[in-house]
Design a protein around this ligand. Structure first.
Ligand code: ATP
Ligand code: MG
Length: 404
């Protein structure tokens, strides 16, 4: 584009018709008016938390479900409704929502309690006080007058991961020190494993009630997508079959509504970029490739060096899409690579563990095969689509400091 042409391009861009009516309706922060296919969970939570409106203490709840199954959306919706009624009836109820993934909030026990103090309009220094004292300040603040507090700890597994599970123990014990106020905990997680490793007493106190969010099936995803697409796109701008295929894509691994909505948004953006009149299936396919590529690259970039070296060895061994490779061969190449990159070579056993981790991430697929009297070995295929492999190789070459 010449420099003169650029202003023309921008002018044209402004005048171009857009497919979107309201793109925000596809963003993950958008609060839809209707939450489809979650009536059961909404009712369960409502019943558990309702006693707070009668100054009784509700049971603690633990909500579990895979990513994109509507946990955050549902708790925000129920909280909103509950707060409205409490305000109307002048009932002393305060719901605090914290996302434990956010660094500033829940890196340490100190930070979490400091954040809670902030929620009550007060403040403590960012560091420096003993944690006990911060707890005491918090207790005095909330116990000043009778109050029902519901504390929602979203992505609570992150909190436990960063600050240890003692923090949950300390939090759930707060009630025994309060005279006027009571706190109810709502923990939300997409990892079930994390409660399995917990101290049984902590676990049972956190999950007096449990609510499961199953993945959506393809038909449910279609309903969700249709509703959002009506708001997001102009009428008649989506080809038939697009919503169905989008739902099918998202339901393939597990029914993740976020993934489905992202897919539709990216497909819409791609269609718009090429000034298409309609969002077609081809845009959806393109969007799926783009998102998958970004997902895989993100995973690979954040792997530890040992894992990157293992994967690089596997890539070198794979010449064709359906080539099978074996652990022993991967290990030989990996050792070579270690000498070239100053990595400390791990044992073959550890490399097997790393391979299992890569399998869990969906980067490779492994299956054990019997080799008759030679015993059993692992056969592996790469889960990285062929068109992304050169890019992955480039990234690994760079990350491992190898010569191009
Ligand atoms: N039943 C539904 N109806 C409409 N939109 C939904 C529904 N379920 C999920 N969504 C949308 O899908 C996206 C993901 O939902 P949400 O953030 O609640 O998932 P989550 O279970 O909290 O996932 P994670 O474990 O990753 O935090 C949001 O944009 C949300 O608006
Ligand atoms: Mg969530």
């Amino acid at each position: 584009m010449t420099q003169k042409g650029l202003s023309g391009f921008f002018e044209k861009f402004i005048d171009e018709k857009t497919l979107f009516l309201n793109k925000k309706a596809l963003q993950s922060t958008y609060m839809p008016e209707a939450i489809l296919h979650r009536e059961e969970q909404i009712n369960q939570i409502a019943k558990i938390l309702a006693p707070a409106l009668k100054n009784e203490k509700p049971s603690n709840v633990f909500m579990y479900g895979k990513t994109g199954t509507g946990k955050t959306l549902t708790i925000k919706y129920v909280s909103q409704q509950l707060t409205e009624v409490a305000m109307k009836r002048k009932i002393p109820l305060k719901i605090i929502y914290l996302n434990c993934k956010l660094k500033k909030i829940a890196d340490t026990e100190y930070r979490l309690v400091a954040q809670l103090i902030k929620e009550f309009g007060s403040e403590v220094p960012a560091t420096g006080l003993p944690t006990d004292e911060v707890y005491n300040i918090f207790l005095r603040l909330i116990d000043a007058a009778p109050l029902n507090v519901i504390l929602v700890l979203d992505e609570i597994d992150q909190l436990v991961y960063k600050a240890g599970d003692e923090i949950i123990y300390n939090l759930t014990r707060i009630n025994s020190e309060l005279k006027n106020t009571q706190i109810t905990f709502v923990g939300i997680s997409n990892s079930l494993v994390f409660t399995e490793n917990m101290d049984p007493r902590v676990k049972s106190s956190l999950s007096q009630e449990e609510i499961i969010f199953p993945p959506y099936n393809a038909v449910q995803l279609q309903d969700i997508l249709k509703k959002r697409a009506e708001l997001a796109f102009k009428e008649g701008s989506i080809d038939s079959g697009v919503i169905q295929k989008c739902a099918a894509f998202a339901a393939r691994e597990h029914g993740d509504a976020r993934r489905a909505l992202d897919l539709l948004r990216v497909a819409g953006e791609l269609a718009e970029r090429e000034s298409a009149k309609n969002l077609a299936i081809s845009h959806l396919d393109e969007a799926e490739e783009k998102i998958e590529k970004e997902r895989i690259i993100e995973i690979i970039k954040t792997q530890p060096k040992q894992s990157q070296a293992t994967l690089y060895s596997m890539l070198l061994l794979m010449k064709k899409a359906d080539d099978q490779i074996y652990t022993g061969d991967v290990y030989d190449l990996y050792k070579d690579l270690c000498t070239k990159t100053d990595l400390r070579p791990l044992t073959q056993r550890r490399i097997s563990d790393i391979i299992a981790e890569l399998d869990m991430l969906g980067i490779i697929t492994t299956h054990v095969v019997s080799k008759g009297r030679y015993g059993r070995t692992k056969e592996m295929t790469l889960g990285i689509p062929f068109y992304i492999q050169p890019k992955v190789k480039d990234i690994l070459t760079q990350e491992l400091g190898l010569k191009q």
